[in-house]
Design a protein around this ligand. Sequence first.
Ligand code: SAH
Length: 330
Amino acid sequence: MFQKDVASFDDMSNLPASLRTDLDRQYTLGRLRQIKRLVSNEGETEKYLFGLSDGNTVESVLMRHDYGSSACVSTQVGCRMGCVFCASSLGGWVRNLTPGEIYDQVLAIRRSTGADVQRVVIMGTGEPLDNLDHTLVFIRNITADYGLGISTRRITLSTCGLVPEIGRLANSGLGVTLAVSLHAPNDDLRNRIVPVNRRYPLAQLIRACGEYTLRTGRRVTFEYALIQGLNDAPGQANALTELLRGLNCHVNLIPVNYVPERGSTPPDPVTVRRFQEVLELKGIPVTVRREMGADINAACGQLRTVASSQRAASSRHRHHRHSRGSEWYR
Ligand code: SAH
């Protein structure tokens, strides 16, 4: 199942026929149904829409780099975090994915492309730490000898900052790379754009990140989506350096990707460069994330639950679910 990607118990030809029949009677071997596959113009990014057994859908992405291929997997159908620039919570939260459904995204991508996936980024739709139990089982399976044997160092989990769960992840002993979606240098702004900050303010979040680096010996990545006129000023870059001072970290700047319903626009390249220079001057390691797959809406923050073509039909339902999702913070 985890390694050979068999389609049915019958394909497990090293098992006695009677056992295979027994397994087939008592269990089901699920597979994701590939509904759509989009390839970006440059050919290095592919986005998939997969159908789950209950009729829900999720999106996943394959990125081909010089150093190997990465799969970007989703952990929930929808999301209840409500970040104001992201497409993933537009339809509200529907349900958690099972560990198998997360794993199957990697298998289905391998099957479809033949790509040897060597890295996994848990950065698709959903908040992995809001589905931590299943995400941990997924990580254990995919890193295991009986699984794909992917090293934990090649797995990056991105969170918007659920503080208690960052502690649990540190205690899990898995030592995956932690990426934290920061996007603002102070509580005032972060409360507005990453609503979970109202529950876990920056001081708590930064402390949890410090503990994560001590516990795991790993450097934390901070993702900072640059939005024109909102969080891209040199003063804000300066405040960011103050916030991160002394932390074993790296900042990844992401000029915000376009989401029609959200309307945020990225700063011009000069503003991005200026922001980057402020961090560099203070000795904070910083890179600008290379945009991949924006032409097929496969870039950061563009993944969603329902395929674009189906969106109009479900917009009323979506609105209802979205308001329910936001109540989580009250
Ligand atoms: N829920 C997790 C996993 C999502 S990862 C998290 O919040 O980290 C997706 C990354 O893309 C996050 O850093 C997210 O904040 C960022 N993102 C969301 N919308 C974006 C957009 N429109 N442009 C660029 N990055 C975006």
